[in-house]
Write a protein that binds this ligand. Structure first.
Ligand code: SF4
Length: 865
C-alpha cells in the first residue's frame, strides 16, 4: 500500500494505491489526506484503469528510430550547445508542465535559467493561472494564495467566478456541497456566462456577458464604498491606491454585464451583509485578455472590506493542474525566478550565487504564445517540451504543430507515445508516468504532498530530473546537477527558498532543508505559510517594499477579438467531468468514456434553429485561425450568441476534433495568458450522408472521412463515424479497414450491420446507415464482452434487436446510464438518496450528483406541467 497524490486537478487529493503485482493497482482515497479525507471524484476513482503500458513511449527515439539513451542524450546536449554557440542562449527554449513534479520542475528551471543563460522556459500553467499570478503580484507584492480550502466551509457567502467547480474540482465541490447541507443559511453565487453543473447548489447564478467581470466587480467595489463598508483601519494601515481604484470603479457601468439589475442588487446585498466571504475563481477569470484586471477587480473588494486572510474569507485562485503551484514555487514561468523571486536586483544575483550559476539569465523570457511564435519564425531553433501536449492544448494549435515540424531541434520528454506533440517532434525521450514518479506536488492551498512510486519504471523510461541532469552533465555542469535522488533536489529547493529570505519572501521551506532521506520519504502533507494558521495578510504584512497591498484601478474593456458579421458567435472552451486535459490517461478508461464519448459543441436553441442544426448533427466551427468538426448539441446552458466546446479531444482520438485549432491566440498584455474562452466563430451544419459505429478489438486505421471519434470500451475500441461520400463507398472502405486490423470471417447482418466473428468471438462489428442511431454503441458493446457467442446470441447480434437502457452514462463508478436513472425516478425515486438506493448512481464518488439532481428537477417539472 502506497500513499501518493492524484495526478489530475489542483485539489491535490491523497490516494492510496495497492499494487496487484501484475502492473495494476487498486486505488482508494486517502482518508488521512487533508485535501480530500478519503474522497475521490470519478477521474481519481478510475486511476487504476489508466495504468497499462499501452501507448507508452518506452525507448528513446530519433527521427522515428530507436536509439540508446547515450545517443539520445548526446544528441540533445550537442544540439543545445551548438545552438547556443551559433545563435546565442535565447535561441533555446523549454516548454514544461504542471504535470511535472516539483523536483523535475526545479531542475528544468535551474538548467535553463542558471546554466544555459536564457529564461525562455514557460509552463503550460501559463494557460491556466498566469493571470492570477500577475494579479497577486500587483496586489500583494508576491504570488501568494492567502487562504485555505477550509475557508469555503467556514464562509457565509461563497462567490464562484468563472469556475465549474462541480466538474473541474469535484472534491472541493463536494466539500462545499456538504458545508451548505450542514449550514443551509450559507449562500453560494455562481458568476459564469454558462449555466454549469455548479449552479446546481447555487442560490444565485449571474449569467453575465463574457468578459464583463471587471465591470461587475467595479460595480461591487463602488457599492460597498457607498454603503460605508470600507474597513478603514485595514485600508489605512495596510493598503494604498483606494482613491484611484474607486474613481475607475465609479466610471464603470454594470449594464455591460447584461444581468438583470435585481440579480445584481441581490448579489451586492449578500456581499455587503456577510463578513465571511470567499471569492473563488478559476479559468473563466484567468483565460482572458483582461484576466489580470479581473483578478485585481475582485481582490479590490476583499481589500476594501479587509476580508482577507481570516477564517472563511478572502480571494482564492484555484489552479487547474496538480502541480501548477509547484511550478510557481520553482519559478517555471518565463517571467519569474526560483522560490518566488523576481528578475531584477537583488534576486538575479542571489539565485545566481546560490546555484553557482555558469550563465545566469538576467531578464524574463518569452511567454507560451510568443515562445511558439518564435519557434515558428525561426528565432528559437531548439525547443524541449516536457510532459505536455501543446499541439493540442495551445490556441491556434495548427500553427504550433507547424512550428515544431519546422524547428531545427525539437525534443519531447513524454510518457505517452501517441500524442499530437510527440508526432511533431524529432527527438523523443521516454519519461516516467504518474505511478512510477517520485517527488512532491503543491496543491491550490499551498499544500505540499509526496507523490510516491508504486509501479516499477517500464522499458527504458526515466524520470524527468534524471534526463535533465544527464544533459546538464554532458554540457559540463556535473557538479551543479549531481544529485543522487529526489530528496537531494527537494533539500536544495527548500534551502534556496530560505536563502537570504528573513521573512521578505512568502515562500520559505527552510525548516525542511535538512530533511533526511527517510524523513523525506515519510513526509506528511503540509501547508506552507508564515503564521500559525497558515493564512496570509489578516494583519497586513504584504510583500511590496512598504508592506502595503495595492488597490489596482481597473477599467472594463472588451475582449481583443470582437465577433463580426462573418464570425458572429463567441466560442467558449472548457472541460467535461470525466476527462483530463488531452485524454492521454483518462482516455484509457472505458468507464470514463461513457459520460461524454465525443468532442461536442453546444449552442443555444435560437442560434441552432437559425443554422438548421439539430441535436446529433455534425457541425463545423470556423474562426480566423482554424476549424474543428464536432458532434452538435442544442443547449439552454449557453447564452444566445455563444457556443461551448470541451478542450480535451486531440487528433489521436478525433482527427478534426481539436477545438484549439480554431481558438484565437489573443493574450492578456500583462500575464500573457491566452484568451481561450472568447473566440469569434461561425458554425454550420455539415450535411452527412451516412453515420455509423464501429467496435473493434484492435485499433482501426480509418480512411479519410469527414468525422470520427475514438473511445475505449471494455476490451475494445469504439468509433463513431460520419461522412459525405456515398454510403456504399463508405461501407467498402471502412469494412476493409476494420478487417485489415481485425482479420476473420466477415458476416453480413440486418440493417447495415457487418461483423467479423472468429471462433465464436466478435472481433469487430460495424453498423452504417443513412440515419444516425445514437444507441448502437451501447446496444452492441455487451457482445464484445462475450468470449464465445451462443447461436441465439449470434442471431440476436446479426438479425435481432439488441436492446439498451442506456442513452449516455451518468455514473462512471457503477456504469449507470441516464435511462436507468430516469426509470428509477419514474418508478418513484424522488430524491438523490432514493435514486442511489435504486441504481447505486451517485453513491460512490458523488461526481454525478449534480446531473442526477437535474434529472430529478426535470421530472418534477414534467409532472407539474
Ligand atoms: Fe483527482 Fe478528482 Fe481529487 Fe481532482 S478532485 S485531485 S481529479 S480525485
Amino acid at each position: 500500500m502506497v500513499r501518493t497524490t492524484c495526478p489530475y486537478c489542483g485539489v491535490g487529493c491523497g490516494v492510496v494505491a495497492t499494487p496487484d503485482g501484475q502492473g495494476g493497482a487498486a486505488i482508494q482515497g486517502d482518508a488521512g489526506h487533508p485535501a480530500n479525507r478519503g474522497r475521490l471524484c470519478s477521474k481519481g476513482a478510475a486511476l487504476g484503469e489508466t495504468l497499462s503500458l499501452e501507448d507508452r513511449l518506452l525507448h528513446p527515439e530519433i527521427d522515428g528510430r530507436r536509439v540508446s539513451w547515450d545517443m539520445a542524450l548526446d544528441t540533445v546536449a550537442n544540439g543545445l550547445r551548438d545552438t547556443i554557440e551559433r545563435h546565442g542562449p535565447d535561441a533555446v527554449a523549454f516548454y514544461v508542465s504542471g504535470q511535472l513534479l516539483t523536483e523535475d520542475y526545479y531542475v528544468a528551471n535551474k538548467l535553463i535559467k542558471g546554466f544555459l543563460g536564457t529564461a525562455n522556459i514557460d509552463t503550460n500553467s501559463r494557460l491556466c493561472m498566469a493571470s492570477s499570478v500577475a494579479g497577486h503580484k500587483r496586489a500583494f507584492g508576491s504570488d501568494t494564495v492567502p487562504g485555505l480550502y477550509e475557508d469555503f466551509e467556514l464562509a457565509d457567502l461563497v462567490v464562484l467566478v468563472g469556475s465549474n467547480l462541480a466538474w473541474c474540482h469535484p472534491v472541493l465541490f463536494q466539500r462545499l456541497e456538504a458545508a451548505k447541507r450542514a449550514r443551509p443559511a450559507m449562500k453560494i453565487v455562481v458568476i459564469d456566462p454558462r449555466r454549469t453543473e455548479t449552479c446546481d447548489i447555487a442560490d444565485l447564478h449571474l449569467a453575465l456577458k463574457p468578459g464583463s467581470d471587471v465591470a461587475l466587480f467595479n460595480g461591487l467595489l463602488a457599492e460597498l464604498a457607498h454603503r460605508g463598508l470600507t474597513n478603514k483601519r485595514f485600508v489605512e494601515r495596510h493598503t494604498v491606491g483606494l482613491d484611484d481604484a474607486l474613481i475607475a470603479a465609479r466610471a464603470s457601468g454594470i449594464d455591460t454585464c447584461a444581468v438583470p439589475p435585481t440579480e445584481v442588487a441581490l448579489f451586492f446585498d449578500w456581499f455587503a451583509s456577510r463578513e465571511k466571504v470567499v471569492t473563488l475563481y478559476s479559468q473563466g477569470v484567468n483565460q482572458s485578455s483582461a484576466g489580470v484586471d479581473k483578478v485585481n477587480a475582485l481582490i479590490n473588494c476583499h481589500l476594501l472590506t479587509g476580508r482577507i486572510g481570516r477564517p472563511g474569507m478572502g480571494p482564492f485562485s484555484i489552479t487547474g493542474q496538480p502541480n501548477a503551484m509547484g511550478g510557481r514555487e520553482v519559478g517555471a514561468l518565463s517571467n519569474t525566478l526560483a522560490a518566488h523571486m523576481e528578475f531584477g536586483a537583488p534576486d538575479v544575483d542571489r539565485v545566481g550565487r546560490f546555484w553557482k550559476a555558469a550563465r545566469m539569465a538576467t531578464r524574463p523570457g518569452l511567454k507560451a504564445v510568443d515562445l511558439f511564435e518564435a519557434v515558428r519564425s525561426g528565432r528559437i531553433k531548439a525547443v524541449w517540451i516536457m510532459a505536455t501536449n501543446p499541439v493540442a492544448s495551445m490556441p491556434n494549435a495548427d500553427a504550433v504543430r507547424e512550428a515544431l515540424r519546422n524547428c531545427d531541434l525539437s525534443i519531447v520528454s513524454e510518457a505517452i507515445r501517441a500524442t499530437d506533440t510527440v508526432d511533431a517532434c524529432r527527438i523523443r525521450l521516454p519519461a516516467l508516468a504518474w505511478a512510477e514518479k517520485d517527488g512532491t506536488v503543491t496543491n491550490s492551498e499551498r499544500g505540499i504532498s509526496r507523490q510516491r512510486p508504486f509501479l516499477p519504471a517500464p522499458g527504458e523510461a526515466r524520470q524527468d530530473w534524471w534526463i535533465l541532469s544527464q544533459v546538464a552533465q554532458r554540457l559540463g555542469y556535473g557538479e551543479a546537477f549531481g544529485w543522487t535522488g529526489v530528496a537531494d533536489i527537494f533539500r536544495e529547493h527548500a534551502a534556496l527558498s530560505s536563502f537570504e529570505n528573513e521573512g521578505r519572501r512568502d515562500f520559505d521551506l527552510g525548516t525542511k532543508a535538512n530533511l533526511s532521506d527517510a524523513e523525506y520519504e515519510q513526509l506528511e502533507p503540509f501547508v506552507w505559510g508564515q503564521t500559525k494558521d497558515k493564512r496570509f495578510f489578516a494583519n497586513g504584512g504584504f510583500f511590496h517594499s512598504d508592506g502595503r497591498a495595492r488597490f489596482i484601478a481597473t477599467a472594463s474593456r472588451a475582449p481583443v477579438n470582437a465577433p463580426d458579421e462573418g464570425r458572429p458567435l463567441i466560442l467558449n472552451t472548457g472541460r467535461v467531468r470525466d476527462q483530463w486535459h488531452t485524454m492521454t490517461r483518462t482516455g484509457k478508461s472505458a468507464r470514463l468514456a461513457g459520460h461524454r464519448p465525443e468532442p461536442t459543441l453546444e449552442l443555444h436553441p435560437t442560434d441552432a434553429a437559425l443554422r438548421g442544426l439539430a441535436d446529433g448533427d455534425i457541425a463545423e466551427v470556423t474562426s480566423s485561425w482554424g476549424r474543428s468538426v464536432l458532434r452538435f448539441h442544442v443547449s439552454e446552458a449557453v447564452r444566445a450568441g455563444e457556443a461551448f466546446a470541451p478542450m480535451h479531444w486531440t487528433a489521436q482520438v478525433s482527427r478534426a476534433g481539436r477545438i484549439n485549432a480554431a481558438v484565437n491566440p489573443a493574450v492578456d498584455p500583462i500575464s500573457g495568458q491566452p484568451e481561450l474562452k472568447h473566440t469569434p466563430v461561425e458554425i454550420r451544419r455539415l450535411d452527412m450522408r451516412w453515420h455509423g459505429t464501429i467496435l473493434a478489438r484492435r485499433p482501426v486505421m480509418l480512411p479519410e472521412i469527414s468525422y470520427w471519434a475514438r473511445m475505449r470500451g471494455a476490451g475494445h475500441y469504439a468509433y463513431l463515424v460520419a461522412g459525405v461520400q456515398s454510403l456504399d463507398a463508405a461501407r467498402r472502405a471502412l469494412s476493409a479497414a476494420v478487417r485489415a486490423a481485425n482479420p476473420g470471417p466477415w458476416l453480413d447482418g440486418d440493417a447495415g450491420l457487418g461483423a467479423v466473428i472468429s471462433d465464436g468471438r466478435v472481433e469487430a462489428l460495424m453498423s452504417l446507415g443513412e440515419a444516425r442511431d445514437a444507441t448502437t454503441r451501447d446496444r452492441f458493446a455487451p457482445f464484445m464482452a462475450i468470449d464465445r457467442l451462443t447461436v441465439d446470441q449470434r442471431n440476436e447480434l446479426l438479425h435481432g434487436e439488441a436492446v439498451s437502457d442506456r442513452g449516455g452514462e451518468i455514473c462512471a463508478c457503477f456504469g449507470v446510464s441516464c435511462g436507468a436513472v430516469e426509470n428509477a425516478i419514474a418508478c418513484g425515486a424522488g430524491s438523490l438518496d432514493a435514486v442511489g438506493a435504486a441504481t447505486q448512481a451517485g453513491t460512490n464518488c458523488g461526481s454525478c450528483r449534480p446531473e442526477i439532481r437535474a434529472l430529478l428537477r426535470a421530472a418534477r417539472l414534467k409532472q407539474a406541467a
